[in-house]
Design a binder for this molecule. Structure first.
Ligand SMILES: C[S@@+](CC[C@H](N)C(=O)[O-])C[C@H]1O[C@@H](n2cnc3c(N)ncnc32)[C@H](O)[C@@H]1O
Length: 309
């Protein structure tokens, strides 16, 4: 299920790890000039790494849709990308599932197609910048002379919050959001910070890649002394036709998820923002708004930046 592709060992010329290291060295020395020449959403030269959004084809960006419509080859993230997207926007393109393919296979596939003049799109689920392992593919391609760029997408945490009819940040309830994943093959126990985020009290913790580990995660939170009544929402296949929502607490969510039988493809949200209860009216539509009505914008005054909450 994970899109993470790890390589190790030196396999000589064209080795993706050497390419990744070399590209990292270049970045450390000097930022890429394209950063200052382009905005997110611009169509650029090369292979776009497009966020497919959470599932519903209508939650793909307009930029992503246009690129898919022009594509000849789409390399996609398998079952996490809703096939309705292909039917809706690119029924003539060749489709390649990246799951089970390593960089040594994927890079030449995309490079050769690009060099043959085909329009290649690399399609990641949600947003490619969140647990997408996109940069290593981009670095390996760039190293081989193939330009690449990002086209953002709606990450599944945002689809989950829309489903829950809540905000991930809520005045006085949730001042911060953590996008995280539980310990496992990729993350060691020491690198798992879920308990710390929950312990902060005013953080909405959004757990990716953790459906199979809900019981372990909740057991650890209970062992660490967190309130068993803390709200937890588990949103399976957010925005898909078979979307399912399970709401409970640290104390009972594991039983509920096991009863439903989900082991993958769900987003786990922990914190009071799950219910949306108990928040305070914001400054934005209160006294603060009246004080800021002189007509000058936050950009050219010393006013604090306007908040959306
Ligand atoms: C490899 S990560 C990719 C995340 C993706 N880049 C994003 O921005 O949503 C895969 C994990 O994302 C979450 N996920 C992806 N699509 C989802 C959806 N439609 N509903 C709920 N969770 C989803 C699940 O936790 C899944 O295990």
């Amino acid at each position: 299920m994970s899109e993470t592709t790890e390589t190790d060992g030196d396999t000589g010329d064209g080795d993706p790890q050497s390419a990744i290291d070399a590209q990292g060295d270049c970045r450390r020395e000097e930022l890429d000039a394209r950063i200052f020449d382009h905005s997110a959403g611009d169509e650029q030269t090369g292979i776009p790494f497009v966020g497919a959004g959470p599932g519903d084809p209508r939650l793909l960006t307009v930029a992503g849709k246009e690129l898919l419509e022009e594509s000849d080859l789409v390399v996609h993230a398998g079952s996490l990308v809703n096939s309705e997207l292909f039917e809706a926007y690119c029924d003539h393109a060749e489709l390649v599932n990246s799951v089970g393919k390593d960089l040594e296979e994927l890079i030449p596939l995309m490079r050769d197609a690009h060099e043959e003049g085909r329009n290649v799109v690399r399609l990641h689920s949600g947003d490619p910048a969140i647990y997408g392992a996109a940069l290593e593919q981009m670095d390996a391609l760039e190293h081989e002379g193939v330009p690449t760029y990002f086209v953002p997408g709606v990450t599944s945490a945002f689809a989950a919050s829309a489903t829950l009819r809540t905000q991930l940040t809520l005045n006085e309830v949730a001042n911060h959001v953590a996008f995280t994943r539980p310990q496992g093959k990729t993350l060691s126990e020491a690198e798992d910070h879920i308990s710390e985020f929950v312990g902060m009290g005013d953080v909405t913790t959004c757990i990716y890649l953790g459906t199979h580990a809900v019981r372990d995660t909740m057991d650890r939170l209970l062992e660490d002394g967190h309130d068993p009544e803390t709200p937890v929402g588990v949103i399976y296949h957010a925005s898909w036709p078979d979307e399912d929502v399970i709401v409970g607490s640290i104390g009972d969510i594991a039983d509920k998820v096991e009863d439903a039988g989900y082991r993958a493809s769900a987003l786990v949200v922990i914190g009071d923002a799950v219910t949306g209860a108990g928040y305070e009216r914001s400054y934005l539509y209160g006294d603060w708004a009246n004080r800021g009505s002189s007509g000058s914008s936050a950009e050219n005054t010393s006013e604090p930046e306007a908040s959306d909450d």
